[in-house]
Design a protein around this ligand. Structure first.
Ligand code: ADP
Ligand code: MG
Length: 253
């Protein structure tokens, strides 16, 4: 682990961000809270979260295990509802939208990579990569052609006929990335994408995100508990116990 002194309290301020963001936020989370019912008790997991993410930012959401990062990602992706507060995706308030409407908005805006990919086990790498296009009723031939193009971009075209579970963790993450990018979304979201990887494979994945951000102008939102990756971000959001923390509190990760 890197020395935590590498991070100064002002890393979180827009003045120190590597890029100056312009225009409207791509994603806005306002006064979001989340509580889960556990038995007879309510467990308060997120407390009054406020985030605005601008186009082309590379955001890292950093916090220890159990701090609420995945819950926050699920809410900002519209995969689960917040208890209170609102989420606006690319100008559209999803708070009271139906699940299928939210799915469509998500599909047009986000490519998502989870720590452990949720493969359809009966389908090979090529078919799995092509799946997001099925929601938009793209014809099968076209789906498979575009899937192969994406696999080529991440260097996995020679594994198109493999079953996903036959691949190593690093190879699976590359295929996840190909699947996430197949619809050319403006925002790429990743939950602990390097969590299961050795440091060499993890660095390769991080460099792919960096390239997506810098060369292809994608907005990247990545969740991690590993402070080493903060150097890739244009802005880091520190989460502790379900709250965004500022200043010297950031130093305790
Ligand atoms: P992180 O991703 O930072 O490790 P999570 O968002 O997964 O944290 O979890 C934050 C807290 O919320 C944990 O204490 C976890 O047990 C709890 N939690 C997450 N999902 C649920 C759920 N569906 N029901 C009850 N508690 C949950
Ligand atoms: Mg998590």
């Amino acid at each position: 682990m890197k020395k935590q002194t590498a991070i100064t309290p002002d890393t979180n301020s827009s003045a120190s961000a590597k890029k100056v963001s312009r225009g409207k936020p791509l994603l806005e989370v306002t006064n979001v809270t989340k509580s889960f019912k556990v038995g007879k008790n309510l467990m308060h997991v997120l407390h009054d979260i406020n985030i605005a993410i601008m186009p082309e930012e590379f955001i890292i959401i950093l916090g220890p295990s159990g701090s609420g990062k995945s819950t926050l990602l699920n809410i900002l992706l519209g995969l689960e509802p917040s208890t209170t507060g609102k989420v606006v995706m690319n100008g559209i308030d999803i708070t009271n939208k139906k699940i299928d409407q939210i799915s469509k908005i998500r599909y047009h805006n986000f490519g998502v990579i989870f720590q452990k990919a949720d493969w359809v086990r009966s389908l090979d790498v090529l078919q799995n990569t092509s799946l997001p296009l099925a929601i938009n009723k793209v014809r099968k031939k076209e789906r498979l052609k575009r899937a192969l193009e994406q696999l080529t971009k991440v260097g996995m075209d020679d594994h198109a006929a493999y079953m996903p579970t036959e691949l190593s963790g690093g190879q699976q993450q590359k295929v996840s990335l190909a699947r996430a990018l197949i619809n050319d979304p403006p925002i790429v979201v990743a939950d602990e994408p390097t969590g299961n990887l050795d440091s060499v494979s993890a660095d390769k994945v991080m460099n792919i995100f960096k390239d997506l951000n810098e060369r292809l102008h994608k907005t990247v939102i990545m969740v991690t508990h590993n402070i080493d990756y903060v150097r890739y971000a244009s802005r880091t959001i520190y989460v502790r116990d379900g709250t965004i923390v500022q200043g010297s509190e950031q130093l305790i990760v």
